[in-house]
Design a protein around this ligand. Structure first.
Ligand SMILES: [Fe+2]
Length: 304
């Protein structure tokens, strides 16, 4: 598949210093650059220059960046996106710090998507020669990598169509109203890798962010992340818990300014022949939080 993974999330934060303290001390990311009012972070096991960018200006998502495997693929995708009916703008090399040329479009959901093939690789904290399994010096939660994001859309189906038909993603799971309304999507979980999801759309207002998530290796690390969030007084939205959808384990929590994050682990692996799993809306409690079987009002409605 030509789109490999979520490469970066660029988010707005009302207080950059508070956010920076959170990203470095609580989440345990490494701050790698400050430039033009933006701050750049990466997780310890990521090779590229950065995976999280923050800037001033409220809350929510500025844009998402998905990394494509070759520059040639960008040219092909540019044509395919235009054929779908979305205008494409080229982003020159260097317009994004440490990234190569990109193409940008605004999704039907009004979120900005960038696709790029090249990034400066600054390497991981353990390297590629006889590496240790994790770095000796770790602060906070220390997730291995950025994993996925979930955004809301008035029309989930059109966005899912765009990701599947144009970008080559596949749908691992979906929520539909009931079996009589199979064509209508309340949520779509989409993958471009072997993960259970690389992006998800849930029905809601256009342009809003629900959360972006960081990967941890196992359930014990999720529990440890909860301890660190508690120790630091961060507000928990929900968890530790288990998802029905993806079967992953999770905690949802809020950064100091109010953007929601998740630590996520587990879940099944997907392949090109993975059939789409369907949940009906009457089972939405178990779909989202399998053990607790219900979804709190804030989780459903709080967006940035
Ligand atoms: Fe998630």
């Amino acid at each position: 598949m030509s789109v490999m993974r979520l490469g970066f999330v660029q988010a707005r934060e009302t207080d950059l210093d508070k956010a920076t303290a959170y990203y470095t001390n609580v989440l345990g990311l490494q701050e790698v650059a400050r430039q033009d009012g933006k701050r750049y972070f990466k997780c310890w096991d990521e090779y590229d220059h950065h995976s999280v960018v923050i800037e001033n200006g409220g809350l929510g998502l500025v844009k998402m960046g998905y990394k494509v495997d070759t520059q040639d693929e960008l040219g092909r995708l540019e044509k395919a996106i235009e054929a779908f009916g979305l205008p494409v703008r080229r982003v020159a090399r260097g317009e994004n710090l440490a990234l190569g040329q990109a193409i940008r479009c605004t999704l039907p959901s009004e979120h900005v998507l960038e696709l790029y093939a090249e990034a400066e690789q600054s390497g991981t904290q353990v390297g590629t020669l006889n590496p240790d399994p994790w770095p000796a010096e770790q602060a906070g939660i220390s997730p291995q990598r950025l994993d996925h994001l979930l955004v809301t859309a008035e029309d989930v189906k059109t966005n899912a169509d765009f990701f599947t038909r144009v970008l080559g993603f596949r749908m691992s799971e979906r929520i539909i109203p009931d079996l009589k309304n199979e064509g209508e999507l309340l949520a779509a979980f989409l993958f471009c890798s072997n993960k259970a999801h690389d992006i998800a759309f849930v029905k809601g207002p256009n342009g809003k962010l629900h959360h972006y998530a960081f990967w941890l290796d196992n359930w014990n690390e999720i529990l440890r992340a909860g301890d660190i969030l508690g120790r630091n007084g961060l507000k928990i939205d929900f968890g530790p818990a288990r998802h029905g959808i993806t079967r992953g384990t999770t905690i949802y929590f809020f950064g100091p300014n109010g953007n929601r994050n998740e630590v996520f682990s587990g879940g099944y692996m997907t392949y090109a022949d993975f059939p789409c799993i369907t949940w009906t809306a009457d089972q939405i409690g178990r779909a989202i939080f399998y053990i607790h079987q219900e979804v709190n009002e804030r989780f459903s409605n709080y967006l940035t």
